[in-house]
Design a protein around this ligand. Structure first.
Ligand code: SAM
Length: 255
C-alpha cells in the first residue's frame, strides 16, 4: 500500500477514532499529535502489545517463513486440501465489494476470493504480513495491508461490505471487543464471519506439535465458538462446525 487520499479517507486512529492526516512516512492524528509509521508500504498501528496477543504475535512471527508449507502438509495429510472453499463460498462477496480480513496472516484465503474486489488485510504479526506481501505479489493480487490488533481496528465506521476472520480469535486478548470492532467497521446489512479451530483440534493437534505445543499447552478451553459474544441486535446468527468438525463457523448480519 502506498497510503494515498483514497485510503486515508477510510482510516482513523484505532484508539480515538479521530481522522488521520498524511505526514512524512507516517500518519498523524492532528488532535493528539500521535504518529503511526508506514513501513514497507504497511501502516503500523501496533504499539505496546501485551498478554495473549504478545504471546501469539511472537509465535506467528517465528512460524511465518514455514507457515504456508506446514499448513499445506497438515491439510493434505488430513485429505482436506480445499478446506478454505467450505467457508469462503458462504461469504457471498459481490463484485467490487470492499472486503476486510482481520488477521489476514500470509493471505492464504485471498486466492479463493473474487479478483475484482477491494481487499484490506490486517494482522498483528509483522512476519506474517511480510509473507503476505510476497504472496500477493506472486499471485498478482492487489491488497492494502495494515499492522494492527483485531481489538483496535484503524478503520472508520461502516465502510466494509464484508468482514471476516479465520484462525486467531480463540486466543485474542479480548474476543468481545474484536467482534464489536468487526461490527463497527461493517456497513449495515453486511455479513460478518468468524472461523476458528474447535477445542478438540487445539487439544489433539496443536498441544502435541513440537513447534506449537509450548504456546497451546492448557489453552484448549479458550477455543470455543464465541456465539455468546454476538450482540443481541445482530440478525441471522448461525454457528456450525465445518471441515469435518475441525473448525467452527459463526456468521451474523449487521442490521
Ligand atoms: C492461524 S493464522 C490465520 C491466518 C489467515 N487468516 C488464514 O486463514 O490462513 C492466525 C493469525 O491471527 C493473527 N493474530 C493473532 N492475534 C491477533 C490479534 N489480536 N489481532 C490481529 N491478528 C491477530 C496472527 O498473527 C496470525 O497471522
Amino acid at each position: 500500500m502506498c497510503v494515498d487520499t483514497r485510503i486515508l479517507a477510510l482510516l482513523c486512529d484505532p484508539d480515538t477514532h479521530d481522522a488521520l492526516e498524511l505526514g512524512d512516512d507516517c500518519l498523524v492524528n492532528p488532535k493528539s499529535g500521535r504518529r503511526y509509521p508506514v513501513r514497507d508500504e504497511i501502516a503500523v498501528f501496533v504499539g505496546e502489545v501485551s498478554g495473549q496477543n504478545r504471546k501469539y504475535q511472537t509465535m506467528y512471527d517465528r512460524l511465518a517463513p514455514g507457515y504456508d508449507f506446514a499448513e499445506r502438509v497438515y491439510y493434505w495429510i488430513r485429505r482436506k486440501p480445499s478446506h478454505r472453499k467450505e467457508y469462503v463460498a458462504d461469504l457471498e462477496i459481490r463484485e467490487g465489494a470492499r472486503v476486510l480480513e482481520v488477521s489476514v496472516g500470509t493471505g492464504a484465503n485471498v486466492p479463493f476470493l473474487p479478483k475484482n474486489i477491494e481487499f484490506f488485510g490486517l494482522d498483528l504479526s509483522w512476519g506474517m504480513l511480510q509473507k503476505c506481501k510476497r504472496n500477493l505479489e506472486r499471485w498478482r493480487r492487489q491488497a492494502d495491508l495494515f499492522h494492527g490488533e483485531g481489538e483496535r481496528l484503524p478503520f472508520r465506521d461502516a465502510i466494509f461490505d464484508c468482514v471476516f476472520h479465520v484462525g486467531g480469535i480463540n486466543f485474542f486478548n479480548d474476543k468481545a471487543r474484536a467482534i464489536q470492532e468487526m461490527i463497527r467497521v461493517a456497513r449495515p446489512g453486511t455479513k460478518v464471519m468468524i472461523v476458528d479451530e474447535t477445542e478438540k483440534v487445539v487439544n489433539r493437534d496443536y498441544t502435541k506439535n513440537p513447534l506449537t505445543r509450548k504456546y497451546y499447552a492448557g489453552q484448549g478451553k479458550m477455543a470455543s465458538c464465541p456465539v455468546d459474544l454476538v450482540p443481541a441486535e445482530m440478525s441471522d446468527v448461525q454457528a456450525r462446525e465445518i471441515i469435518g468438525g475441525r473448525m467452527y463457523c459463526l456468521t451474523f448480519s449487521k442490521p
